[in-house]
Write a protein that binds this ligand. Structure first.
Ligand SMILES: CC(C)=CCC/C(C)=C(\C)COP(=O)(O)OP(=O)(O)O
Length: 437
């Protein structure tokens, strides 16, 4: 039984976050020692060994390549206001140096610089920026996309979008290009499903076909076991459709690193993503504009959660299913995920303007429904984003006190994911004037 299931902390409000900050300050330097020494309750799996060694690294804090994630301390929360608003994130001041040493060295959240169209956001900066590693992953991702057939005829745009950079930025606790590639393939396959099936008619999207495509699409991540006589039909379909081929290939690659519990978790998040894809298609076909609250519900599910969920797989440890499913952990992680997806809404507004996705974007919906200018709607969207990030920050700080070392590391990884995600969105050609892919 993990410590989390035996000790419960009250839900963090922002006042509590300040209290947590004080407690955490007093723990600085010795923080993990009060936590359990092994990952109690963990199911045996391929990730178990690395999970346990990950936990040990958290406690003992060794030096050397790839061990920087051990120096998590507590990246979250709080105390002095940033730019006059809300809590500040305490972070490790003197981390290690050297190759890989910056991985997951926590960073202060701040109001990340705005571009001309996106105001500053409350978000940590990226933990690592290693362009060479990003390029390596990106090159391999584009080669793989060519093999499976997604983004055919658009591979130059795909390369320029630089999804390899996204993965390098969002998973700073791994320097292993192949692990990063496995996560990158999953993300790109999910993106391809969105582009080829949902959003981009020039790439084959058709709302009336979406439901049936996604049913078979789900079978690409969670195999359908048919009677023998129909198996070849399914297999032919899987090979003929690049999105299906991509999803299946991505999951196969990931399974080299993930335990079956981690694979099951990813399947669940993809299933939920597909349900939300269907929801958006129903708005389109019915010509219906969702109220803001309904859109935000949908955005929790049509979100980057399938990417975020791989935080521990890429890091080489395992968060137990029990902790992953614990309601407060779920609340914190899904709020972070929604926030990261609102970052997408803010940065992709120009790309989506004029296409069928234009109405399904938070600022556009707020402007239409709350009778304000688009500029004001962007500001309100930023406030919503910031509220979600601050709540995640406070909750994660509280949960880190009572959870296992794996949970603590996972939440720090989610925090890092937010920073890498915003950084990528602010620079990728996909949303910054390049051709879309
Ligand atoms: C990587 C992943 C889980 C992608 C699927 C869903 C997705 C593409 C997003 C959550 C991004 O939102 P959106 O559909 O608006 O994407 P674009 O802005 O068109 O890139």
């Amino acid at each position: 039984m993990s410590l989390l299931s035996r000790v419960s902390a009250p839900a963090a409000a922002h006042d509590l976050a300040n209290l947590v900050a004080a407690v955490l300050s007093s723990l600085e330097g010795a923080a993990p020692r009060h936590l359990p020494g092994a990952l109690g309750g963990q199911q045996p799996g391929r990730a178990e060994e690395s999970a346990q060694s990950g936990a040990r690294r958290l406690i003992t804090g060794p030096a050397g390549l790839g061990t920087s994630a051990a120096r998590l301390a507590v990246p979250f929360a709080t105390g002095a206001p940033v730019h006059g608003r809300g809590p500040r994130v305490r972070h490790l001041s003197d981390g290690p140096t050297g190759l890989g040493a910056t991985a997951l060295r926590p960073r202060t959240a701040r109001r990340a610089k705005g571009t001309s169209s996106v105001p500053e956001l409350y978000c940590p900066p990226p933990v690592r920026d290693d362009p060479a590693l990003g390029d390596e992953v990106n090159d391999q991702l584009v080669d793989w996309a060519a093999d499976v057939g997604i983004y055919a005829g658009r591979l130059d745009s795909l390369r320029a979008a630089d999804f390899g950079r996204l993965i390098m930025l969002t998973h700073p606790d791994s320097d292993d290009p192949d692990r990063l590639l496995a996560a990158g393939k999953c993300a790109l396959a999910e993106w391809a499903a969105d582009d080829h099936y949902c959003d981009d008619e020039s790439a084959g999207a058709a709302p009336e076909l979406l439901g049936s495509r996604l049913v078979v699409g789900y079978a690409a991540v969670d195999p359908a076991h048919l009677p023998v006589r129909y198996t070849p039909d399914l297999e032919r379909a899987m090979r003929a459709d690049p999105v299906l081929a991509a999803l299946r290939s991505a999951l196969e690659h990931l399974a080299r690193y993930a335990s079956w519990a981690q694979v099951a978790r990813l399947r669940h998040e993809i299933g939920v993503l597909f349900v939300a894809f269907d929801g958006e298609a129903s708005w389109r076909t019915a010509g219906r504009t969702p109220p803001v609250w309904e859109y935000l519900v949908a955005r929790q599910f049509n979100s980057f959660l399938p990417c975020i969920t791989l935080t521990d797989v890429v890091g080489g440890y395992e968060l137990s299913s029990a902790e992953y499913a614990e309601p407060r952990v779920r609340r914190a992680v899904t709020m972070a995920s929604t926030a990261s997806t609102l970052v997408n809404d803010l940065y992709s507004m120009a790309k989506e303007a004029g296409d069928s996705a234009a109405n399904f974007n938070l600022p556009q919906l707020i402007a239409a429904q709350e009778n304000c200018s688009l500029r004001e709607a962007v500001e309100r969207s930023v406030e919503i984003h910031d509220e979600l990030v601050r709540t995640f920050e406070a909750e994660a700080a509280a949960l880190s006190l009572t959870g296992s070392p794996a949970l603590r590391r996972y939440l720090a990884g989610v925090w890092a994911w937010l920073g890498g995600n915003r950084e990528w969105h602010s620079g990728t050609a996909r949303y910054n004037g390049g051709d879309t892919a």
